[in-house]
Write a protein that binds this ligand. Structure first.
Ligand code: FE2
Length: 209
């Protein structure tokens, strides 16, 4: 596949990265990749490419426990490996609403790096791959799939809120509707265990109870 590694190579890279910064991010990437693969399969998109892009979107976390600079670190890292399409996702999933000049304290980068990031966003158009991974990032916890609202609140409680956040949430909710229409069914129906993982119990047991 042009611009991205194969799934096995992506998995190897992910597991090799874990010791540099141990944490739940690797499990989150595995679920993001799996969600992307499942959604791609019913939307006429390349499943393997979707899986790989989901696996690698947070690869910049191998460089440490940073905020949005993980997107820039991942972008630079994957570019240096010769995978520009996978590199692009590392940055676009950090700016889901596609602000031309993202700012704020969450961007823990130097001024020179921010100039590079602004150049990137001013020259980049988003495509279905950026949209798919932005959605899947919002559906994947470290212990399984979650409904979007629960995952977005969880991230906001851990990372704090910013003035840009409502636009980002709105865009992710739009992407949910967009891919559900394209799939011909609710995206949640494609993700096994999402109800149990979100609610903390199996609603079918309760109903039969
Ligand atoms: Fe992520």
């Amino acid at each position: 596949m042009a611009g991205v590694p194969g799934v096995m190579e992506a998995l190897e890279l992910l597991y090799d990265s874990q010791p540099f910064n141990p944490g739940p991010w690797v499990a989150h990437c595995l679920y993001t990749g799996e969600a992307a693969r499942r959604i791609a399969a019913v939307c006429g998109m390349d499943e393997e490419r979707a899986h790989t892009l989901g696996l690698l979107h947070d690869i910049g976390r191998r460089f440490g426990a940073h905020d949005l600079r993980h997107g820039y670190d991942g972008y630079r890292f994957l570019l240096s490996r010769g995978w520009p399409d996978a590199a692009k996702i590392c940055l676009t999933h950090c700016n889901v609403a596609h602000s031309p000049a993202p700012a704020g304290r969450r961007w823990d980068c130097t001024m020179a790096e921010m100039a590079d990031i602004h150049r990137f966003f001013s020259q980049t158009s988003y495509d279905e791959w950026d949209d798919l991974i932005a959605l899947c990032d919002g559906l994947a916890g470290a212990d399984g799939f979650l409904v979007l609202e629960k995952r977005l609140i969880d991230v906001a409680l851990r990372r704090g809120i910013s003035p840009e956040l409502p636009r980002e949430w709105k865009r992710r909710l739009e992407l949910y509707d967009l891919f559900s229409r394209r799939a011909g069914q609710p995206v949640y129906a494609l993700l096994p265990g999402i109800a149990e993982n979100t609610l903390g119990f199996d609603p079918k047991d309760e109903a039969n109870g």
